[in-house]
Design a protein around this ligand. Structure first.
Ligand SMILES: [Zn+2]
Length: 356
């Protein structure tokens, strides 16, 4: 009975593997020559010869990637726009790499105390950015408020049930890129964004389920929690890493503390934070399933997986911040059938039971 699905899953896995291989090759092309140029100490050659050649090679690879994307996901974007968009991000990376390195060298020419002050100022600034409304207001520029009367009405019902207060819902116009996604943006003031591709391809009930999931993120303050946890970890690790190297009396500490800081940061980025985010996803799923029909959410998740052509069985990367669709579906169904209790939701019960 799983024959057809496993065939699709195999195709999806092949596609995902191809795309991630291409992305790795592009990163290497953008990264390795830079390291070489810096090592050889040839900055002029770098900007005038190396960067343009890197960009040309990446543009060529992007054109190849475009064909894979087009046959797998039937994207409608023009090849030139696709290649330009894809190449741009790598070009920014290879141009900014030497600048970052220069700032790094400048940073290490400061005294220990200056370094500690600088890094903590940067941390405070980054936290202010995260809790500010800047990311959402930038996204609103390419969006329009959700107008569908049915969805707006349902969203109001859900926000009343969850006690989130009124939340703005915006439709992100990504046009022919065909990305089905939704997200809650903002750590203090909450907005929900839905891509046009998702809105157009999901049934009204499935869209309502997606909105409920995003509202659940807002209710649980997941964005704020993730930001504060990530910020605290980076601040601790950063301070350990710039620990005064000239402490004199304890020279061993000046090696051990930065190493501990670095390991802690790696551990946090690869395991701790993605782990917390996966937990938040499952929590948002179950809270959503307590105010809408759980099966609508299940159908929405499975449809989104198909629309984005991502395998539902394996996650693309082991540190991925979303659990595999299959795991989420299993948990939602268990909750809807009353076999599991939702975390942090007092007094709410699944509103619909699905036939067993
Ligand atoms: Zn989510």
């Amino acid at each position: 009975m799983l024959k057809a699905t496993s065939e699709t899953e195999r195709k999806m896995r092949d596609y995902t593997r191809q795309v991630s291989t291409i992305n790795s090759v592009c990163s290497l092309v953008a990264f390795l020559p830079t390291i070489f140029a810096i090592y050889a100490g040839i900055p002029y050659l770098y900007f005038f010869i190396l960067v343009p050649s890197q960009i040309l090679v990446i543009a060529g690879i992007s054109y190849y990637k475009y064909h894979i994307e087009r046959s797998a996901r039937e994207i409608e974007v023009s090849p030139s726009k696709y290649v330009l968009d894809n190449t741009m991000s790598y070009a920014i990376f290879s141009i900014s790499l030497p600048i970052l390195l220069f700032m790094f060298i400048l940073f290490y020419s400061l005294t220990s105390l200056q370094r500690v002050i600088t890094i903590n100022l940067l941390f405070v600034m980054s936290l202010l950015f995260v809790v500010s409304n800047l990311p959402a207001s930038r996204m609103k520029r390419i969006s329009k408020p959700l107008e569908d009367a049915y969805l707006v009405g349902k969203a109001e019902e859900i926000s009343n049930k969850l006690g989130t207060g009124k939340l703005g819902i915006y439709v992100l116009n990504l046009g022919r890129f065909r990305i089905a996604n939704a997200g809650q943006v903002g750590a203090m003031k909450y907005s929900v964004f839905i891509t046009d591709y998702l809105l157009d391809n999901l049934s009204p009930e499935e869209n309502v389920a997606v909105i409920a999931h995003e509202f659940a993120h807002a209710r649980q303050r997941h964005v704020l929690k993730t930001a504060v946890i990530a910020w605290a970890i980076t601040a601790v690790a950063g301070n350990l890493m710039v620990f005064p190297v000239d402490v004199g009396t304890y020279p061993v500490l000046s090696l051990v503390l930065p190493a501990i800081g670095f390991l802690f940061l790696m551990l946090a980025m690869l395991l701790i934070i993605p782990g917390i985010q996966r937990r938040f996803e499952l929590e948002a799923d179950l809270i959503a399933a307590s105010v809408v029909n759980g099966m609508d959410l299940v159908n929405a998740l499975q449809k989104i997986t198909r629309l984005n052509f991502a395998p539902s069985e394996i996650s693309r990367h082991w540190s991925m911040d979303h659990p595999p669709t299959r795991e989420r579906v299993k948990k939602i169904i268990a909750y809807t059938q009353g076999n599991a209790t939702s975390p942090n939701v007092q007094g709410t019960k699944a509103t619909h039971n699905i036939p067993k």
